[in-house]
Write a protein of this length. Structure first.
Length: 439
């Protein structure tokens, strides 16, 4: 058996073990990089570490550290409740507020599961309180997270754009962001219509709708019947969500981060960690709590996967696999197969992990010039993340866990069916929309 085939089989085993044994895929990838690099390729430690993405490590730590401070000082809560007040508590608009807020959080640097973890309890509380179907609210939260998930300063966007640049491919950060935004927006609109969003009526108070608040329904079914008609009440600002000095400074920092990256072309990681340190100097108590909430598991996952991919590149596996897929002889068929591989694996495993593996594997195929690079990368990225509504993915599990206990079993079945439908349909649709026109 060739060393290239061994490294591919190890990659498959890595995904299976991470999925079935709940082990961080990044830790497994580091072990695989050491084992395969040393035993199958004869590499030493220095050659293995050459693939470690130091620049991306700083982006991940810096952005998530800054976002953790925003969460610790209540800025993210302020954003959520500001969105609710903006629509004056109109029930029909609440799902779209949750979509928008989650999208903004991921667009400014929150890891997708972190944003969903913040918004999902609030959103599912509103769903129970105002008779909104759990599937509708859960899907809006997850698709909102993915809609903003590929902005140039987001974790997903930074990861994919860094991989594309590292591989020497012509990237399109704006095109990637717009592709994910449009696809998830269209899916959200379809779910909103299918789940009776247009039939929601009434105006409700936002008081007490956050985590820990009562989520008793107000007089209507929450699992698929006719939405409840709620009593009219003036929107009320929940206690502790006012705009104080810390939150104003954090919002200013968020704006500065966006301008620094998009206008001044500064490094997102270094800028974010600098802004986080400035906030920590003035409010050290927030910083102490924030350090504990840096998404270290995600940092480990991404850095481990890309280190293993670096080993694959060094030993020639990337070129070997790419030539194998290209050997199919039909570029468009190979492209749609890549999209389905990303979707199916991601529905049960890490989205960012599969992107970190698939994009480099597709490099030799893309270098042939028969398929547009920007369209193919966008199709791969969307296919690998749009399925995160599956109850077996982190985001799907988070919204499931946030649902009312009485509804959870039925909600689980609904998420499974919906997730399966997305996995079957969306890769083909994005392939038709993004890949076929560029071939």
């Amino acid at each position: 058996m060739s060393a290239e085939l061994i490294s591919i089989l190890v990659l498959v085993v890595l995904f299976v073990v991470a999925t079935t044994r709940s082990i961080n895929m990044g830790a497994l990838a580091f072990a695989a990089a050491f084992g395969v690099g040393t035993l199958a390729a004869g590499m030493d430690a220095e050659e293995i570490f050459a693939g470690f993405p130091g620049d991306l490590f700083v982006v991940l730590v810096g952005v998530t550290y800054f976002f953790a401070i925003a969460r610790a000082n209540g800025t993210t809560d302020w954003l959520v409740h500001a969105g609710i007040r903006l629509v004056r508590g109109k029930v029909a608009l609440i799902p779209w507020v949750m979509f928008a807020v989650t999208g903004v959080l991921t667009a400014i640097g929150a890891v997708s599961p972190a944003a969903v973890a913040i918004v999902a309890p609030i959103a599912m509380g509103f769903a129970a309180r105002y008779g909104i179907r759990p599937l509708l609210m859960g899907a809006m939260v997850v698709h909102g997270a993915q809609a903003g998930g590929f902005s140039p300063i987001s974790i997903y966007g930074s990861t994919v754009n860094s991989i594309v640049a590292r591989e020497g491919l012509p990237g399109s950060p704006a095109g990637l962001f717009l592709a994910s935004l449009v696809v998830n927006l269209l899916i959200a609109a379809a779910v909103f219509l299918a789940c009776g969003g247009t039939r929601l009526r009434g105006t409700g108070s936002v008081d007490g709708a956050g985590p820990g608040a009562s989520t008793a329904a107000t007089g209507g079914p929450v699992d698929g019947g006719t939405p409840a008609r709620t009593a009219v009440a003036a929107p009320v600002r929940p206690p502790g969500t006012g705009l104080d000095a810390r939150r104003a400074a954090t919002l200013t920092g968020l704006l500065a981060l966006v301008l620094a990256v998009l206008v001044l072309d500064l490094d997102a990681g270094l800028t974010a960690i600098t802004l986080a340190v400035l906030l920590a100097v003035f409010w050290p108590e927030d910083s102490k709590r924030a350090v504990e909430h840096i998404t270290w598991p995600t940092v480990l996952l991404i850095c481990g996967m890309l280190t293993y991919v670096g080993v694959l590149q060094e030993m020639g596996t990337i070129d070997w696999a790419g030539e194998g897929v290209s050997g199919i002889g039909v570029p468009l068929l190979a492209a749609v197969l890549f999209c389905y591989i990303g979707a199916v694996v991601s529905a049960f495993a890490s989205s960012v992990g599969i992107m970190g593996a698939l994009i480099p594997l597709a490099v030799p195929f893309l270098e042939q010039g028969e398929i547009g690079v920007a369209g193919m990368v966008a199709a791969l990225a969307v296919s690998a993340t749009v399925v995160d509504v599956s109850p077996f993915s982190t985001n799907g599990a988070l919204v499931l866990a946030s649902a009312e206990e009485a509804d959870r079993e039925r909600f689980f079945r609904q998420l499974m069916v919906y997730g399966a439908g997305v996995t079957v349909l969306v890769p083909a649709v994005v392939w038709l929309a993004l890949v076929v026109p560029s071939s």
